[in-house]
Design a protein around this ligand. Structure first.
Ligand SMILES: C[S@@+](CC[C@H](N)C(=O)[O-])C[C@H]1O[C@@H](n2cnc3c(N)ncnc32)[C@H](O)[C@@H]1O
Length: 206
């Protein structure tokens, strides 16, 4: 099946933010039941779904203090990693996603907060051994990712830290009908080489 790809980039008009606010409970359910956690196509044969992503992250990190940037409704990864002895924090731009996560996992309430990755973060420099930012930059404009989001993630990460960035690959904007939610959704696509270049420049300047 080919999917329609619109030209240009999204001007974030908060429609995605409205989506996550409106469907926070449904998102937590979809995520908890692993309904969308198997990837249809991925960049590596061993990357078949969300569980591989977390397993790979665990295999890369040497220390346990981490940030899940855009942790999603339910904050399942924050909860699971905390349960496995990781010193995890989670942030998300949408109040409803954090409220849902706290309702489902009250024991990690003090580790979750609201923060927008299009703005500066309040964490001090070099706070984390690793940062996971999975399925999030697809909701942020490229100029903002380049000028704010990546520099901020780089700043809060320790010098030899690990950044895990999962994103939808390509160029332009992908529009799909999401049957799990019964609504149309748009995602900003990113080119892997371009992101690596942006990151390399940040790393050089650090
Ligand atoms: C597809 S979900 C991914 C959730 C989680 N990272 C995962 O892998 O399951 C995208 C999340 O990014 C959040 N998000 C979107 N734009 C954001 C922004 N500018 N700053 C922080 N979070 C954002 C949404 O609220 C949503 O919870």
């Amino acid at each position: 099946m080919s999917l329609p790809i619109a030209q240009g980039s999204i001007t974030l008009d908060y429609s995605d933010q409205k989506f996550y606010a409106r469907y926070a409970d449904r998102y937590a359910e979809v995520s908890h039941q692993f309904l969308q956690s198997i990837y249809i196509e991925s960049s590596h044969p061993k990357l078949t779904g969300d569980l591989d992503l977390i397993a790979h992250l665990k295999s890369l990190v040497r220390s346990k203090r981490g940030l899940d940037a855009g942790c999603g409704a339910g904050a399942d990864d924050v909860y699971n990693l905390c349960s496995n002895g990781y010193d995890m924090f989670g942030i998300d731009a949408i109040t409803e996603t954090i409220d849902t996560a706290i309702r489902l996992h009250p024991e990690i309430a003090d580790r979750l907060s609201i923060a927008d990755l299009r703005e500066g973060l309040t964490f001090p420099d070099s706070s984390f051994d690793f940062v996971a930012c999975n399925g999030v930059i697809q909701h942020i404009e490229p100029e903002v990712v380049k000028k704010v989001t990546l520099p901020e993630l780089c700043r809060v990460l320790k010098r030899d830290g690990v950044l895990q960035l999962m994103f939808k690959n390509g160029s332009g904007v992908l529009t799909i009908f999401d049957k799990d939610y019964g609504t149309e959704r748009a995602f900003q696509l990113y080119d892997e080489q371009e992101l690596l270049l942006w990151w390399a420049i940040l790393d050089l300047n650090q």
